[in-house]
Every structure is written in structure tokens, then in C-alpha cells.
Design a protein around this ligand. Structure first.
Ligand code: PMT
Length: 432
């Protein structure tokens, strides 16, 4: 069967490949607290939406004294939430749903009082409760009088938030609403948006080329039937998006899935395992890291009928033949990239994964238990990651979050191997 490799028809994506904001397609939860600078939030919502983000606003009671929820509802296109114990909201977008929905939380303006409450883990209003429940990256943009900013309590609280991985953006220095001058002004909305974009770009794979496979393959039996599997592509697409956020140039080779292409990703669509093989071997040259998340069919029907197979009274026996093992082929190349496989197992997950790691001579394997509501199709997953001499358990989480953790691990192991290789080459050149 001739290979048929089709570029994504998402032309908008290709046109905007280099100009698109990292916020495009992201869910941003904007928290607003009681500061005069809350008036800037209206402009901030507008900039966030222009950058392609979906925005939901949570306001404290104090914030509503400075800017009306109606203004923010009109600008964000969604009702504004403010009550922790709101029966209607709990049925729709309560604090846990909001926390799960958010790809990032930005509290702007963040008062000294909010920062102190956040440090102490208070969850006595909707905004602090959402922040506590949210696993996504978080940032605060302080706004307060310059003496309040320089007070040792605030200095200590801000340092504590930073130690916990919460990004502190600003404040700016300048004249203040109270007549003072100094540090404590909320940064301008467009500057806040640029800083927020950095929450999604770690740079740990800057300069690297990453090739990812995702989704199932379909092996045709006749013009209307195929052998396939339940892979939705969610895991592999999340890995591609996470690699982009890590600063890599990413190509995604996708089997037939109903997912839109992650931002800044070059996508190549394929159908069968052999088409995937052609696309991978074509794309792997110059690739630094190959991540095989696709559920590639191990077998294909030996004969593909040119017309629809008719049913008959007797049994139908299909003869299958082996498909190429794409991952093993990539790992076996003379200049192989850092190679990461996935292992989908219904039992003996660790044992089978370790065997695949050895048998395919790959650098790393991410194993997942699959079966009823596990691994395939679901939005959540859990992974056990193995490499020569180490392993890490990535606990059950949304595939987007898990993918970020996996990419962090991959980057760490990749740089480790790369640095060691460089040292070995330098030693080999050393005549002494
Ligand atoms: O797509 P989702 O619905 O989000 O589900 C995610 C997932 C369960 C598909 C994913 O997490 C996963 O486990 N992907 C690998 C599935 C698989 O085919 O596992 P395997 O154990 O059969 O294969 C081992 C590795 O070899 C995989 O990296 C696979 O891509 C690769 N392989 C397998 C066969 C083959 N002919 N060529 C290959 O390259």
C-alpha cells in the first residue's frame, strides 16, 4: 500500500506558527482583589482574550467595591464568581471545577491582605479556595502602597510564595493613587500578559527538536472496515504541547484522532502503522528527542480486500502479519535521538515496561495501566517512568499536567545523557 502522509489542513495554525501567543487556547483564571488598581483588570481581561485565552474571573468582596462584576462579565464573556458557598455555582463552576478548569491562575491586583491569606493557606473565600485547590501554575501581581510593600511581613510573605513556586509579577515603581511614590503599582496589563506567557514556557528544551507520535493506527480490512484501538491521542497531543511549552520545536505525527493541533506544533496526519513509519523515519533526521505515545497496531491484515467483504454462513478467518516496530527502528539508528517509549499494559506493568526498555534499547519508557476507563480515552492518567538505573511514579492527574511532568523528566535525562556523551567525546580526543 503506498504511503500517504498528509499535512494538517489547519492553515491558520501554519500561518500563525511563530506569532501565536503561548496563551492561545489556554484557560486563565483571573483573581481580582480589593485594590484601586482593580480598574486595570478590565483592560487585562481584554488583552488576555486578544491573546487567545479563555478567561474566567473570580472577585473578592473588596474587589467588587472598585469594579463591577458586570463589567468583567461583559468583557470575559462568562459570569463572574465571588461566593464560596453559592449553591448555583457549586452545581456549575464551583471552586473545584474552576480549579480543574484553569491552566493558570493570575491574581491581579493582589493586595497585601490576599498575599498574607494565601501564605497562610486560608480558604475562606472563593478566590483563596480555588488557589488552594488548583494544581496549575499560579502567579500574583501585587498592588499596594509602597510602605505596605516594604513592610517586613509583606517581604516575608512574598518570599514564601516564591519559594512555593508561585510567580510574583511586579510591582512597578512610580506614583501611587494615595499620593506616595515608590514600589507597589500594578504592572500595566500588556506587561502582565507577557509575564503570564512565561508561566507556560520553561525553556528546558530550548533549541531541541522533538518528534512525537500520538493516537491509534488503523489497519484496513476492506474499504469500510479496519483493525484499530481505543487511543484518542490525548496523551500524545498533551506531550507535544508540553514540549512546545518547554521551548522545543515540535513535530507531531498523529493517527486518526478528533483533536485540534496544539499551538506551535507542526502536525503530520497518518492512518496506518506503515504510514506512521514512513513519516517518522522521514522526520527523525535532526531530531534530538523522539517520544512514541502512539498506540501502533502490531499487526495488519495480510490481504486488504478491494471491495466490501460480504458475510457468509461460515466463520471468517483473518490472516495478520507483523507491522514494523517504529520505536525500535528509531532507537536502532546509528545516530539515534534520545528515545522515549510508552508501554500500555493490563498487568505486570513494571515487569513488562522494563522488558520493553531493554528489548527496544530505548532511553526511557513511560508505562501506564490500561483497561476499563484507564489510560485510553480518559482525560486523566498515571505513569510509571523507567530508565537505566532509575524510575519515577507520576501520580494520577490530567494528561496535560502529567505530560508537563514527563517532559521535565525527559529533559533532565536527555541533558544528563547529552552532557555525559560530550564528556566522553572530549576524553576520547584528549591525547593524554
Ligand atoms: O491516546 P490516549 O487515549 O490518550 O491513550 C494514551 C495511551 C494509552 C495510548 C498512551 O499512554 C500509551 O500507552 N501509548 C502506547 C501504546 C502502545 O502501543 O503501547 P505498546 O506497549 O503496545 O507499545 C510500546 C511502544 O512501542 C509504544 O511507544 C509504541 O508507540 C511503540 N510501538 C509499538 C508497536 C509498533 N509496531 N511500533 C511502535 O513504535
Amino acid at each position: 500500500m503506498p504511503a500517504c502522509v498528509v499535512m494538517s489542513d489547519n492553515t491558520d495554525l501554519l500561518v500563525n506558527y511563530f506569532t501565536m501567543s503561548y496563551l492561545s487556547g489556554k484557560n486563565i483564571l483571573l483573581g481580582i482583589t480589593g485594590s484601586i488598581a482593580a480598574y486595570k483588570s478590565a483592560e487585562l481581561v481584554r488583552h488576555l482574550r486578544e491573546a487567545g485565552a479563555s478567561v474566567r474571573v473570580v472577585m473578592t468582596a473588596g474587589a467588587a467595591e472598585f469594579i463591577t462584576p458586570l463589567t468583567l462579565q461583559a468583557l470575559s464573556g462568562h459570569p463572574v464568581s465571588s461566593d464560596l458557598l453559592d449553591p448555583a455555582a457549586e452545581a456549575a463552576m464551583g471552586h473545584i471545577e474552576l480549579a480543574r478548569w484553569a491552566d493558570a491562575v493570575l491574581v491581579a491586583p493582589a493586595t497585601a491582605n490576599f498575599i498574607a491569606r494565601r501564605v497562610h493557606g486560608r480558604g475562606d473565600d472563593l478566590l483563596t479556595a480555588v488557589c488552594l485547590a488548583c494544581e496549575a501554575p499560579q502567579a500574583v501581581a501585587p498592588a499596594m502602597n509602597q510602605s505596605m510593600w516594604e513592610d517586613p511581613a509583606t517581604t516575608h510573605n512574598v518570599a514564601t510564595l516564591q519559594e512555593r513556586g508561585i510567580r510574583v509579577i511586579g510591582p512597578a515603581v512610580g506614583s501611587q493613587a494615595c499620593g506616595d511614590s515608590g514600589p507597589g503599582r500594578l504592572l500595566e496589563p500588556e506587561v502582565l500578559v507577557r509575564h503570564l506567557e512565561n508561566l507556560f514556557t520553561t525553556g528546558i528544551l530550548a533549541g531541541c527538536r522533538v518528534l512525537v507520535t500520538a493516537g491509534p493506527t488503523r489497519e484496513p480490512l476492506d474499504p469500510v472496515r479496519y483493525l484499530g484501538n481505543r487511543s484518542s491521542g490525548k496523551m500524545g497531543f498533551a506531550v507535544a504541547a508540553a514540549a512546545v511549552e518547554a521551548g522545543a520545536e515540535v513535530t507531531l505525527i498523529a493517527g486518526p484522532v478528533a483533536l485540534s493541533t496544539p499551538q506551535r506544533v507542526k502536525r503530520i496526519d497518518v492512518v496506518t502503522a506503515r504510514e506512521m513509519q514512513v513519516a517518522v523515519l522521514d522526520g527523525v533526521k535532526g531530531t534530538d528527542i523522539f517520544i512514541a505515545a502512539a498506540a501502533v497496531a502490531d499487526y495488519r491484515p495480510r490481504d486488504v480486500s478491494g471491495c466490501k467483504l460480504k458475510k457468509s454462513a461460515g466463520k471468517l478467518t483473518l490472516e495478520l502479519e507483523r507491522n514494523p516496530d517504529i520505536l525500535a527502528m528509531v532507537a536502532g539508528r546509528e545516530k539515534a535521538p534520545f528515545t522515549v517509549g510508552f508501554a500500555a499494559e493490563t498487568e505486570s506493568v513494571e515487569l513488562n515496561a522494563q522488558q520493553k526498555l531493554q528489548a527496544k534499547s530505548i532511553d526511557m519508557i513511560a508505562a501506564n495501566q490500561v483497561g476499563e476507563n484507564l489510560g485510553f480515552e480518559a482525560d486523566d492518567n498515571a505513569l510509571q517512568v523507567f530508565w537505566d538505573g532509575g524510575s519515577v511514579q507520576l501520580e494520577r492527574a490530567r494528561k496535560t499536567r502529567l505530560a508537563r511532568q514527563l517532559v521535565e523528566l525527559v529533559a533532565e535525562r536527555y541533558h544528563h545523557k547529552h552532557d555525559n556523551d560530550t564528556v566522553i567525546k572530549l576524553h576520547a580526543k584528549d591525547p593524554a
